[in-house]
Design a protein around this ligand. Structure first.
Ligand code: GRF
Length: 199
């Protein structure tokens, strides 16, 4: 299966997915909306095709998303993986990739949708935090959940320590979700996630 990864920055989740070397998965391209995304250098060093579709060079979201879709489709993507991709996508884009568009979010959704999840978790005093891989739907951070990982919030945690604990779990569950998809075990059926062969 051919996979296109979308990034905006560091790209550590992209790296985790590349390093997982999932049998049957071909990383067709890494596309960034920011020319300065650090993750682009890693992708290039792995011999992966890279592209920049700069959102500041497009008149509006619809034009940006159309250019993005064109770049994705040029690589014949079976699966589109948002890995720290920091742009809200239009409904038309989301519909086009329905059932083959994944995102990772650094919280146990539906808690803490949106930005600054670790800071908000600390402010709320929750004892358990985590990360969620979900199919993307038009409503931000509200798509059907594929896999989650929980971590404890420790008494001395700061935003950075909590973020690092969550990120380690992200690097485990995102490749897992991609593996399920590549193995044809993960599907979205009538808005519900189905994972075959899982207890
Ligand atoms: C991750 O925490 C991800 O969950 C969030 O943004 C961060 C991206 O990190 N959406 P990276 O670019 O994958 O290193």
């Amino acid at each position: 299966k051919s996979i296109v990864l979308l990034i905006s920055g560091r790209g550590s989740n992209m790296e985790a997915i590349v390093h997982a070397a999932i049998p049957g998965a071909r990383i067709a391209a890494v596309i960034s909306n920011r020319p300065d995304a650090a993750g682009l250098a890693f992708a290039a060093s792995q011999g992966i095709a890279t592209a920049v579709i700069d959102h500041t060079q497009h008149a509006d979201r619809a034009a940006f998303d159309a250019a993005l879709a064109e770049a994705i489709d040029a690589h014949g993507a079976d699966l589109v993986v948002l890995a720290g991709f920091m742009r809200v996508l239009t409904e038309a884009f989301v519909r086009r990739y329905e059932g083959r568009l994944l995102n990772i979010h650094p919280s146990l959704l539906p808690a803490f949708a949106g930005l600054h999840t670790h800071r908000r978790a600390l402010e709320c005093g929750v004892r358990v935090h985590g990360a969620t891989v979900h199919f993307v739907t038009a409503e931000l951070d509200r798509g059907p959940v594929v896999i989650q990982a929980a971590v404890p919030v420790l008494p001395d945690d700061e935003e950075a320590t909590l973020a690092a604990r969550v990120l380690a779990e992200e690097h485990r569950i995102y490749p897992q979700a991609v593996r399920w998809f590549v193995e044809d075990r993960l599907t979205l059926e009538g808005g519900s996630v189905r994972v075959r062969g899982e207890p």
